[in-house]
Design a protein around this ligand. Structure first.
Ligand SMILES: Cc1ncc(COP(=O)(O)O)c(C=O)c1O
Length: 410
């Protein structure tokens, strides 16, 4: 049987197992010293003051939408082309996730679309901007740094300041991504990372908020732990028995020390992991340019550092003589099926969330309301990428892409 090539494989060695065994032996398995150490390592890597670990990026985003004060009657812009957790984290608060279009070249929020959408739909009121038709308050925006490439954060920050919107970065896929040497999380906005196994480093499940504000980090730490007035560490260090007070409704979004032990071991390898992923991405870029004219490799704007959490390409319709997105979509799906049959996993990049049942049903979107997101959904294809992917594996992916396309077109 041919070797299976998955879409992603976490990069573990004996260090993770040893680190978990140590944590078990220590007896402290809930949030404790290892979580604090993991937070310090991740924040330092991104050049940001503080990290606040959570159970996932989704819960990290939820803490951020809650602390931003979003609620009923608020509009928060979210790019449509993202994992459904991004708009969900807005809707949890009662606010409305207003789905925005993306540029299929970068898969990130389209700044020209954003500017004209805001000018058309929101008008200045006494203390902010309000939707011209239903009066919702324009409260925030959640740019997504998708697949390991930062969104146009300086332009988005400028527009957000103009309209009085709070900015939260969804950096689930973007640990290590930079613009002009500044890491995600370093643009003055809180950002939320994911450590799900599809991400460059993993803790099984897990997330982290990055912020430069000590006070805000403190607030997040309280809220992630039931809003208890005393932390677990304070209670353990106390001589007598201390009972915390609970003055507001909090959450249990605490990462465990077992997960953080894995995270610390992963952080020892972060430079190796990033370098390996970037090398393989560069090799895909070369091979695709030479051999696969119908696939568009990921585009990286000048000054941006892509960390390739996903190596996501697009079908080039013209190279195939195809006329419509639907035709391109049928071609892509057939190629993906053939690759799967031959042991190679590929995936659609992510979803145009405005076409998913929840958002389509809730707000009545049609597919072409957000054409960039729809095209990205229908024509994107992510190729296998992980540290242990060999050059031979990669050559086989390219050979099978070519072969599958030929079968599909014959
Ligand atoms: C863009 C984006 N946001 C949020 C999430 C949610 O992350 P988690 O699985 O850690 O909750 C994901 C996960 O795939 C994602 O890709």
């Amino acid at each position: 049987m041919k070797k299976q090539i998955p879409i992603m494989k976490p990069y573990f060695d004996d260090r993770e197992a040893a680190a978990v065994a140590e944590a078990l032996k220590s007896g402290w398995v809930a949030q404790g010293p290892r979580v604090a150490e993991f937070e310090r390592l991740v924040a330092a890597h991104e050049g940001v003051g503080y990290g606040v670990a959570t159970t996932s990026c989704t819960t990290a985003l939820h803490l951020l939408t809650v602390t931003a004060g979003f609620g009923v009657g608020d509009d928060v812009l979210v790019p449509s082309f993202t994992f459904v957790a991004t708009p969900n984290s807005v809707e949890y608060t009662g606010a409305r996730a207003v789905l925005a279009d993306v540029d299929p070249a970068t898969f990130n929020l389209s700044v020209p679309w954003l500017e004209s959408f805001l000018a058309e739909n929101y008008a200045a009121g006494d203390d902010g901007y309000y939707h011209r038709r239903d009066g919702n308050r324009l409260a925030g925006i959640v740019p997504v740094n998708l697949f390991g490439l930062c969104a146009e954060l300086p332009a988005i920050n400028r527009i957000a300041a103009q309209y009085g919107m709070k900015v939260i970065e969804d950096s689930a896929c973007a640990f290590g991504a930079m613009i002009d040497g500044t890491h995600e999380g370093g643009f003055g906005n809180p950002s939320a990372l994911s450590f799900h196994p599809r991400k460059s480093i993993t803790t099984g499940e897990g997330g982290m908020i990055l912020t430069d504000s000590e006070e805000f980090a403190g607030r997040l730490r309280v809220l992630r732990s039931h809003a208890a007035s005393l932390s677990e560490t304070q209670r353990h260090r106390a001589k007598g028995y201390l009972l915390p007070e609970f003055d507001e409704i909090g959450f249990n979004y605490r990462m465990t020390d077992l997960q953080a032990a894995v995270g610390i071991a992963q952080m020892e390898k972060i430079d190796l992991i990033t370098a390996a992923r970037r090398r393989l991405a560069g090799r895909y870029d070369r091979l695709l340019a030479e051999r696969v004219p119908w696939l568009i490799a990921p585009y990286v704007p000048a000054g941006y550092t892509h960390v390739y959490q996903t190596y996501c390409c697009r079908i080039r319709l013209e190279a195939l003589g195809l006329k419509s997105i639907e035709e391109g979509n049928r071609f892509r799906n057939a190629v993906m099926d053939l690759l799967e049959t031959n042991g190679i996993a590929t995936r659609q990049g992510t979803h145009a969330t405005h076409t998913l049942g929840t958002y389509r049903g809730r707000y009545g979107y049609a597919a072409y309301d957000l054409p960039g997101a729809y095209e990205s959904d229908r024509l994107s294809i992510a190729l296998p990428l992980y540290v242990e992917l060999t050059d031979e594996d990669q050559d086989r992916v390219i050979d099978e892409l070519i072969r599958s396309a030929a079968v599909r077109r014959s």
